[in-house]
Write a protein that binds this ligand. Structure first.
Ligand SMILES: [Zn+2]
Length: 344
């Protein structure tokens, strides 16, 4: 951000969004959620805790948006607007939930149904296939009992150490980048060695939290639910070789379509940050036939976003989203602080 942009941002904050809203609130927001869990089941580790919203908080947000006059739309509605050449609704909210956690069915669906709010579930196939390695939770458990983690792969060895849990959690970003860089074909054995866990543990853990294919089929029949894809193995695509990325994205789409018997035209890039998604990956998602793809990069959605539907911004939403932060989301201040004048 240059000095002029910082000055403008300061002015927007000082004037409480009155001037930013007409310029940067856009038409609406796509929210990114992962899990819906009662408070006592949420993780203690702050980064994983943020992955779960409580049903009460979800309900509170839905009511708040409703009272503010927002319309709830699905990813399909966004596509319909693009295909018809019509404008996006002026004030919309679109909910998406990533990965395919079973709690989406148990705790999320009843709330969405109660208020007739549509939502998209991005399924990473390794969840229902039982092959996912939820290393973000394995790291949390590991940090409670050990003081170091050594990650070895063909890329070399990376060592992390800490004296207490808080310090371990502070290193999460670095651990996460080290793990995401491992070639997908080596991940299973590398993590088994790093965490000192047999590979069978990965499957047990995955099955305890993931939706089954039967449950996904059940969800796909709900009128409010759209099923999207999220790669076969939840890889950080930018870090992987082109042929593997194509295979990860294409196979994921085809397998989900086979199970649910419907076309899958929405995709979310796993992890979805700037470390995880490149222009190459956006081109691949497009060539495979997706109509939309979402990032994990904050920003609002504008009518001009319709020219960039394979890289749509999304905002995280959870119990830790303060009302001040939410205000900045809705009045475009957060968009401006992250993207400056960029509106797509
Ligand atoms: Zn994900």
């Amino acid at each position: 951000m240059n000095w002029l942009e910082r000055k403008i941002l300061g002015f927007f904050v000082k004037t409480k969004g009155v001037f930013s809203a007409p310029l940067f609130a856009g038409n609406g927001l796509i929210f990114m959620l992962h899990r819906v869990l009662p408070e006592h089941e949420r993780s203690v580790f702050s980064l994983n805790k943020g992955l779960a919203i409580t049903p009460e908080k979800l309900e509170e947000f839905i009511l708040l948006f409703k009272n503010k006059g927002y319309q709830f739309i699905s990813m399909d509605d966004i596509v319909t607007c693009i295909e018809n050449g019509s404008k996006l609704p002026n004030k919309f909210i679109c909910f998406t939930l990533d990965d395919g956690y079973r709690d989406n069915l148990v705790h999320g669906l009843p709330i969405f149904k109660k208020y007739q709010v549509p939502f998209t579930l991005y399924i990473t196939n390794c969840f229902p296939n039982g092959t996912a390695i939820l290393w973000w939770y394995l790291f949390e458990n590991h940090a409670k009992s050990f003081n170091e983690l050594i990650i070895s792969s063909s890329l070399g060895q990376k060592e992390f150490s800490w004296v207490n849990e808080a310090e371990a959690f502070n290193q999460f970003t670095h651990v996460s980048e080290a793990i995401k860089s491992i070639p997908a074909t080596e991940l299973r054995s590398a993590l088994s060695n790093s965490f000192g866990l047999p590979e069978s543990e990965f499957e047990k853990h995955c099955k305890s939290v993931a939706l089954s294919w039967g449950e996904i089929i059940q969800l796909s029949k709900e009128p409010l639910v759209t099923i999207g894809a999220h790669t076969m193995n939840h890889v950080s695509v930018k870090q992987q070789a082109t042929n593997l990325v194509e295979e990860e994205i294409q196979a994921s789409k085809l397998e989900i379509e086979r199970y649910i018997g419907k076309e899958v035209c929405h995709f979310a890039y796993p992890f979805g940050g700037t470390f995880d998604v490149s222009l190459r990956d956006i081109e691949i998602a497009k060539s495979i036939g997706f109509k939309t793809a979402t990032l994990n990069q904050p920003g609002n959605i504008f009518n001009s976003s319709k020219n960039n539907t394979l890289a749509l911004f999304r905002m995280p939403l959870g119990n830790e989203t303060s009302s001040e932060r939410l205000g900045y989301y809705l009045n475009g201040i957060y968009h401006f602080s992250n993207n400056s004048f960029r509106k797509y």
